[in-house]
Design a protein around this ligand. Structure first.
Ligand code: GLC
Length: 747
């Protein structure tokens, strides 16, 4: 062939090849076809390479084929500041400040799927802008004990509430081409001995309490990743637990996503290969030194896995299942060329953080309508307490953040009131945690205090005599042993002698408002002596703005408790049954967690559940709401029917407000013990004064079912059921009975 013709042909072939992008990049093909093509081009080493970390927060792509690295980031409340390649230490960037959104307990307290979607979209935009592919959250572990160090990162005691909100959070984040990684799967309900504790929960508790939120987030929300927890389950580490990962998550649920280890949660190569782990992070990661012992190649899913495949100990099928799952994650993220650009530190994100906080603040008590504050030009306001000034976005563990700004409660009140009231002053009241740094991020605050507690109290008491209002702002904080990862609280009481201070203030001035900032319930021995109590979560960058707006009535509070607030720790089933921190935790309370332990008076069950200080679902408003009797669209249902429960709710007060209408279902005659009621629906509505809206819930037989371990299946037993609608789990406004019949003969 003549040289010219030859070179022309060669050129044409090269151009044709270039024009024909490889199938794995062809977005006209479905993801599985693209993954099949990509896997066919990968070497054995490249396949192994995508299954484990290459740095503290990234795993390898396939450089030769243009598959990018996969970058993960904490945490559920905001995007973690950059750390060094191989270490937890700060990388020292100056452009990685973020918006801190409220802690997820606050999101749960909004009882608003709209807020959950807004939250997910907003934090997902910040993750996308920071070029992160996987957001390590949300946390979905159930609130089993008020001592739980990480409860502030989770969404309360009820799996239906947590699951429904998680679905929206997941959809919001993933709409940005960023994966969520729901965590920590599962039975990780304490921090004490979190790497070693072995948990046993019976199948009813597992399927009815501890799995449902994860199942909703994975199947309804479609989370592309899930993080296995540190603890053991029945003696086998959750990070490679055959029962939970292979049998339940990937087997019964058929979930197609990638299982990510917790950092340092992988302990055994055989189990990691065989029991469902797909992506290994944090195994002794100091890949730069410590010889070959600690390099990334030493990971269980690295050279040990590769050697095992070559020796025949492990199969190609085991390898390819993991690779396919991890490449699915890549297809949704790193190889997704239509991802939005994201955004960060935007006014919209600050507004979202503020609104979620405003909707999550819970008005627990408001005797004589002390709130909202009447701030006039002659009004004198005293603020007392360290939490009025302490930044809370730094600390707490892996969810700690570096924020562009954080409005503290006192700053929020000054911004709202300066120039409008005669005076707004602050007294320290007590000394709590004066440290202002975590993992190399510092708040810049100097909270050191030389005065003794007695002097601080006498100062506050003296000033309280002159004030029209006292706003006490205390509670817990993000230091170790309080609301912080890696440890649990040692006591249910408020720390730093706050109880005695609050008691003294209540004696001096009846116009005392206590604002408790925490992610957990705390004992309140002074509750009867205090006219107004607010539960204010860790609200993030706009904490003070949100709190001030509620205290002053600019916003009518609408939050509801996502967990039961016990009077005493011994009221909590896990503690009453001595089923906490025994080393090998047996969840003796089974399904009777939180309000599910409630019993009608005269109940047959031993151990009458004491009334809580504040019940699950409780939260007051500056207005009032009336409920009609519920109307059912049928009084008899078959298992294949749906049932619609409708109720009219009216704002009977003088200001607009939001109400969370709650639907509980009761199965009074069941073959197996069941809670008195279980949450099966909720809806947050806005009502102007005198306005009425009809709220309808449509449920199926799944809402009537319990899990029967004997047949390993959900059962909706024919018989009487009661639909209860109310403003909290113990403020049931109306009930309606209906009957579930046997399935039709031909079914
Ligand atoms: C931590 C946490 C987990 C976090 C991970 C990475 O130990 O348990 O929630 O996402 O490590 O920081």
């Amino acid at each position: 062939m003549k040289p010219l013709l030859l070179s022309l042909c060669t050129t044409l072939c090269v151009l044709a090849a270039m024009a024909q992008s490889p199938a794995y990049l062809d977005e006209n093909l479905d993801i599985e076809q693209r993954i099949t093509d990509l896997m066919s081009r990968m070497t054995l080493e490249e396949k192994i390479g995508v299954l484990h970390a290459q740095s503290k927060f990234s795993s390898a792509g396939v450089p030769r084929l243009g598959v990018p690295e996969l970058w993960c980031t904490d945490g559920p409340h905001g995007i973690r500041p950059e750390v060094k390649w191989d270490e937890w230490d700060q990388a020292g960037w100056t452009n990685d400040s973020v918006v801190a959104f409220p802690a997820l307990t606050c999101l749960a307290a909004t009882w608003s799927t709209d807020m959950a979607l807004l939250y997910g979209r907003s934090i997902g935009e910040e993750a996308r802008y920071r070029k992160k592919d996987v957001l390590l959250g949300p946390g979905l572990n159930i609130y089993r004990t008020p001592l739980g160090g990480r409860n502030f990162e989770y969404m309360g005691e009820d799996p239906y509430l947590a699951g429904k909100l998680a679905v929206q959070y997941v959809r919001g984040v993933q709409s940005n081409g960023v994966a969520t990684c729901v965590k920590h799967f599962c039975l990780n309900n304490q921090e004490w001995n979190r790497h070693g504790v072995s948990v046993h929960a019976d199948d009813r508790a597992l399927y009815e309490i501890y799995l449902p939120a994860f199942k909703m987030a994975c199947l309804e929300g479609g989370s592309w990743a899930l993080m296995a927890s540190y603890n053991k389950i029945d003696g086998q580490h959750a990070g490679h637990n055959y029962r939970t990962l292979q049998e339940i998550l990937k087997g019964e649920w058929g979930w197609p996503g990638a299982v990510v280890s917790d950092w340092g949660g992988t302990h055994n190569t055989d189990e990691a290969v065989s029991n469902g782990l797909d992506l290994e992070f944090g195994t002794g990661t100091n890949g730069l030194y410590g010889g070959s012992r600690n390099t990334y190649d030493a990971y269980h899913l690295a050279l040990p896995f590769l050697d095992g495949i070559r020796s025949g100990r492990y199969t190609r099928q085991q390898l390819d299942d993991k690779v396919r799952r991890v490449l699915r994650l890549h297809m949704h993220t790193t190889l997704n060329r239509h991802k939005p650009l994201g955004s960060i530190l935007s006014p919209e994100h600050y507004a979202a953080a503020c609104q979620i906080g405003q909707e999550g603040i819970v008005l627990l008590k408001n005797e004589g309508n002390l709130l909202p504050l009447k701030a006039e030009s002659t009004t004198k306001i005293l603020v007392v307490g360290e939490n009025a000034v302490k930044m809370m976005t730094v600390g707490g563990g892996s969810s700690s953040l570096k924020v562009q700004h954080e409005v503290t409660p006192l700053q929020g009140l000054h911004r709202r009131l300066d120039g409008r009231v005669a005076c707004l002053t602050w007294d320290r009241g007590y000394v709590g945690d004066v440290s202002g740094s975590y993992n190399g991020v510092t708040t810049g605050q100097d909270l050191r205090e030389n005065r003794p507690f007695s002097q601080l109290v006498s100062q506050a008491v003296s000033d309280a005599r002159q004030a029209d209002y006292i706003i006490y702002i205390g509670g817990l904080n993000k230091s170790y042993g309080q609301d912080c990862e890696g440890g649990d609280r040692k006591s249910y009481s408020l720390p730093y002698k706050q109880d005695s201070l609050i008691t003294e203030l209540a004696k001096i001035n009846p116009n005392l408002i206590v604002v408790n900032i925490s992610g957990n319930a705390v004992s309140m021995p002074w509750a009867k002596d205090v006219r107004a109590i607010i539960q204010c979560w860790y609200l993030g960058s706009e904490a003070g703005t949100a709190l001030a707006s509620v205290l002053l009535g600019d916003v009518n509070p609408s939050g509801k408790l996502p967990f039961t607030w016990p009077v005493a720790l011994s009221d909590v089933p896990a503690h009453r049954l001595n089923a906490y921190t025994n080393g090998n935790e047996e969840y003796k309370e089974s399904i009777f967690v939180g309000y599910r332990a409630d019993r009608e008076s005269g109940s047959k069950r031993k151990g009458q559940q004491p009334s809580p200080l504040f019940p699950f679902g409780h939260g007051l408003s500056y207005t009032t709401f009336a409920y009609s009797k519920p109307v059912l669209d049928k009084k008899t249902v078959t298992p294949s029917d749906s049932l619609t429960v409708s109720v009219d709710v009216t704002n009977t007060g003088t200001v607009a407000g939001k109400e969370v209408v709650q639907l509980y279902i009761s199965d009074p005659e069941s073959r197996l013990p069941r809670p008195l009621k279980e949450l099966k629906g909720f809806r947050k509505i806005t009502l102007a004064p005198s306005q009425t809206k009809t709220v309808s819930f449509t449920i199926g037989s799944d809402a009537l079912s319990f899990f029967d371990p004997a047949i390993h299946s959900w059962v909706a037993e024919p018989g009487k059921f009661v639909a209860m609608v109310g403003s909290s789990s113990r403020d049931i406004r109306a009930k309606a009975e209906f009957v579930l019949t046997k399935p039709a003969e031909n079914q």
